[in-house]
Design a binder for this molecule. Structure first.
Ligand SMILES: [Zn+2]
Length: 429
């Protein structure tokens, strides 16, 4: 259990222009309630009872706004005024004596609704010292990105001001929330203005176990007046709350080859990927609905020895980066690298097995259901072969067969469509 959280509420909010001159960003109202108060309510719901708010700009206003909340006996709220403006890091260093166990860090201008228990479980399962909550962006080309291995361990940072903007990286970026072990604290320097993303993380990556927790839940910063308006609308429409993974989610599962990208036989290199235009439109449509977009793909290329797991991951990063630059995002990709038939030249014997994940088996769907708390009855599988339709049917999903497959089969989909876009249009009217 995590009991402590630090909220970084010191920013000046210069991008907000005149609207933040009198009211600091954490006190901007969403549905009549300051963001900071929404954050405290979320934390309290998950049993966090010690909250440290590091403030600077208009600190007195922040303190005044908390008078009522502070009367709640189970909550211990401390406002710490930075001795000077210390960026996002210096303020934490000033209160480090109180941070003796794992603690969340949250930026005061982020509207969020996330399942904190899931983050904490991920953090402890991986024995992580620093877990960064991340999500895909709809503009990866000019975002600060980070690199992960197949177990989501962070292996590199790619800040936009130092990297080649055309180079392909995983489309994941910082969402503004961390879970830290106190092991981080000795690595921070006192009295120095610093920023986690730019100054700290790239320098501690070889000293700490750092993990990326990738989530489709709602976390949005309120950096500009436009974004505040967007968040207000989302909150009103229930989108902020509905994405919390403690609530059942709806998903559209999608096969990869022949549905999202052109079928060209086995794909073992990123350059072989040709993404369909209709697929980009379809995924964008899913992204603006209340469905998750999740790829479920058999990739026996690994078992056949045509590429390694790392190379397959590079192919998927390329797919996500390409989609991301067109404004579309996948919430997850599940793949089966196995194949049951042994005895071929060049094969990778480690992956030659009768696994639980190769479609039409339902192992990948089951993993996704657990990870994202998916309601199968409300979810769909879109694919172009009998394997996809059988897998979807076996997993109790509704199924849509796309393309003009001529295969003789007695497998019957719920419906048919020309391509992914048409299939998605059937689901989301
Ligand atoms: Zn498998």
């Amino acid at each position: 259990m995590v009991h402590k959280t630090v909220i970084l509420a010191g920013g000046k909010g210069t991008r907000l222009g005149s609207i933040s001159k009198k009211i600091p960003k954490p006190l901007q109202l969403i549905d009549g309630i300051p963001i900071l108060h929404h954050q405290i309510a979320l934390l309290a719901r998950y049993g966090i009872n010690e909250i440290y708010i590091i403030a600077n700009y208009l600190c007195e206003q922040i303190e005044d706004s908390l008078q009522e909340i502070k009367k709640q006996k189970h909550l211990k709220i401390n406002v710490h005024k930075e001795s000077k403006e210390l960026g996002t890091v210096g303020g934490i260093k000033e209160i480090e004596h109180t941070l003796t166990e794992d603690f969340f860090v949250l930026y005061g201008d982020i509207m969020l609704d996330v399942d904190l228990h899931r983050i904490a479980a991920f953090h402890s399962k991986n024995n992580s010292d620093a877990t960064l909550v991340v999500h895909p962006t709809d503009h990866p080309r000019d975002s600060d990105l980070l690199g992960v291995d197949t177990s989501n361990k962070i292996i590199d940072f790619y800040p936009k001001h130092v990297r080649d903007l055309d180079a392909v990286h995983p489309n994941i970026s910082n969402a503004g929330m961390y879970l830290f072990s106190p092991k981080l604290l000795p690595l921070l320097t006192e009295g120095v203005k610093a920023d986690f993303g730019k100054d700290i993380f790239p320098n501690v990556i070889d000293k700490l176990n750092m993990y990326a927790y990738n989530t489709p839940e709602y976390l949005k910063d309120m950096g500009t007046p436009d974004r505040i308006e967007k968040v207000r609308k989302d909150f009103k429409n229930g989108i902020v709350q509905a994405r919390n993974l403690s609530q059942k989610q709806k998903a559209i599962f999608i096969d990869r080859d022949g549905v999202i990208n052109k079928f060209v036989g086995y794909i073992s290199k990123p350059t072989q990927l040709v993404v369909f235009d209709n697929a980009i439109k379809a995924i964008k449509k899913i992204n603006t609905s209340n469905f998750l977009a999740i790829v479920i793909t058999n990739q026996p290329v690994v078992a056949r020895g045509l590429c390694s797991i790392e190379e397959l991951q590079e192919i998927h990063h390329t797919l996500e980066f390409t989609l991301g630059n067109a404004g579309a995002k996948l919430d997850a990709i599940f793949f089966c690298p196995h194949h049951p038939d042994k005895g071929f030249e060049g094969e990778n014997v480690d992956y030659k097995k009768d696994c639980r994940c190769r479609k039409p088996k339902t192992g990948m769907i089951e993993d996704a259901v657990t990870q994202f708390n998916i309601d199968v009855e409300e979810s769909y599988f879109i694919g172009d072969t009998w394997r996809d339709i059988t897998c979807g049917t076996n997993a109790n999903l509704k199924t849509i067969l796309v393309g003009d497959t001529q295969q003789e089969t007695n497998v019957i989909p719920t419906s048919k469509a020309k391509n992914l876009l048409e299939a998605v249009q059937q689901i989301i009217k």
